[in-house]
Write a protein that binds this ligand. Structure first.
Ligand SMILES: N[C@@H](CCC(=O)N[C@@H](CS)C(=O)NCC(=O)O)C(=O)O
Length: 207
């Protein structure tokens, strides 16, 4: 299998962190240079018509895109350590947490960066600076929600590490780099403590 990925991009990082947590080996990584718009080349668009990374090319040539779908596939290939839920009930609650994080935290950080950062201008046209700024405010609402959640339990979806922690961590790291968002500095102490704990996991280092 081949994973089409890109340095510093948060969605590919979700997959590489998922792979590292599971200890999966043998997936070749193919770097797509977003700055050079390699993702908009005909060759890459033939693999993923939306021109986004990550994408996982299976050994039979089919290409799977969408981060969560790739993780679902990898979880099925190598079920342990389990990151997406052991039974239907746990799977549903982890999916709820993961989707909430993706839709309310990850997406608002991505939109804020894509619409306000000059470095993203060639990927996001047109950029709407006001929309980007308002997404930054909505991100703080999601951060407040997550901070409260993490005051009640140790991990995003409950008492154990799951895919929802990976999604939240990769979102916050992207926000830390490009929005200079530091949860602790804005009063989100549970979120900061959780982030610092996750950062110590070997899989959290760039892989
Ligand atoms: N919904 C997709 C989003 C993937 C995505 O937006 N990837 C970004 C990098 S983090 C990308 O490829 N950007 C290139 C572009 O905007 O042209 C997923 O879950 O994988």
């Amino acid at each position: 299998m081949k994973l089409y990925t890109s340095t510093f991009a948060p969605n590919p990082r979700r997959v590489t962190m998922f792979i590292a947590e599971k200890g999966i080996t043998g997936i070749e990584q193919v770097m797509i240079d977003l700055a050079a718009l390699e993702n908009r080349s005909d060759a890459y668009l033939a693999k993923n018509p939306f021109g986004r990374v990550p994408a996982l090319e299976l050994d039979d040539g089919r290409v799977l895109s969408e981060t969560r779908a790739i993780c679902t596939y990898l979880e099925g290939l190598q079920p342990q350590p389990n990151l997406m839920g052991e039974d239907i009930e746990e799977r549903a609650f982890i999916e709820m947490a993961d989707r909430r994080v993706e839709l309310h935290l990850f997406a608002t950080i991505a939109n804020c960066v894509r619409h306000t950062h000059p470095g993203l201008a060639q990927l996001e046209q047109p950029q709407f600076a006001d929309f980007g700024a308002s997404q930054g405010e909505k991100m703080r609402e999601a951060a407040r929600w997550l901070d409260e959640e993490l005051g009640r339990h140790a991990y995003v979806a409950g008492e154990r590490f799951t895919i929802a922690d990976i999604t939240a961590y990769c979102a916050l790291e992207f926000g830390r780099g490009l929005m200079k968002f530091k949860p602790g500095a804005e009063g989100f102490t549970h979120l900061q403590a959780w982030r610092d704990r996750i950062a110590e996991r070997p899989a959290a280092s760039r892989n």
